[in-house]
Design a protein around this ligand. Structure first.
Ligand code: ADP
Ligand code: ZN
Length: 213
């Protein structure tokens, strides 16, 4: 599958992407995970991105496009890819369109995960993430077996720096202003698949029906 996953923070893009990788070996590409790893490793990219991320702001388009131009050329993308958290702005979407054209790659769909705001807010304030492998937990619905410790790798499970109430509300505003317009962009491209289901299983089923995967 070659998909773009659109949807507000907390809509479930990461969870759905992880489930889809098991279907046909497509690789999940999360710009958020790439940036968090860069911050953790203290690279130049991480140094440039950190302040934007902690404030709930978007990282500049040029930095993101630099990452994605390299990432999409890697071998593991040949089996398919699930873009999770990219593109996030109209300029990113336009540049991605040119990039895919250059690489001779056609997208199957841009999936919009449409989830009500109250569900999103509840999910984000209860979400916890493994600092080492990125596994996602929820203190209410899916806690790790041992509090604060990742089931999969034993890493520390914490609340992200940008998941304070203030940063969450900022991220939702930024989403509505900068990213929501992409729904119309992909509708015009004839690629939009709107999914209103809230369970990840139902979302995956809708995507498989559309793509035949
Ligand atoms: P979520 O989807 O839960 O908001 P992500 O993990 O996708 O979180 O992203 C975390 C942060 O990383 C964003 O708030 C933003 O600062 C930065 N980021 C990730 N992807 C992009 C992107 N495509 N463009 C600009 N900034 C990005
Ligand atoms: Zn882990």
């Amino acid at each position: 599958m070659r998909l773009i996953l659109l949807g507000a923070p907390g809509a479930g893009k990461g969870t759905v992407a992880k489930m889809l990788t098991a279907v046909d070996g497509s690789v999940q590409i999360s710009t958020g995970d790439i940036l968090r790893a860069a911050v953790k490793d203290g690279t130049e990219l991480g140094r440039q991105a950190k302040a934007f991320m902690d404030a709930g702001d978007l990282v500049p388009d040029a930095l993101i496009m630099g990452i994605m131009k390299e990432r999409l050329k890697e071998d593991d993308c040949r089996a398919g890819f699930l873009l999770d958290g990219f593109p996030r702005t109209i300029p990113q979407a336009e540049q991605l369109k040119d990039l895919l054209k250059d690489l001779g790659i056609k997208l199957d769909a841009a999936v919009n995960l449409d989830v009500p705001r109250d569900v999103i807010l509840d999910r984000l304030t209860t979400r916890r993430t493994c600092v080492d492998c990125g596994a996602i937990y929820n203190v209410k619905s899916a806690p790790p077996k041992v509090e604060g410790i990742c089931d999969k790798c034993g890493g520390k499970v914490v609340q992200r720096d940008d998941e304070t109430e203030e940063a969450i509300s900022k991220r939702l505003d930024v989403y509505n202003e900068k990213t929501a317009p992409l729904v119309d962009f992909y509708k015009k491209e004839g690629l939009l698949l709107d999914v209103t289901a809230t369970s990840s299983e139902a979302v995956v089923a809708a995507i498989r029906k559309r793509t035949g995967a």
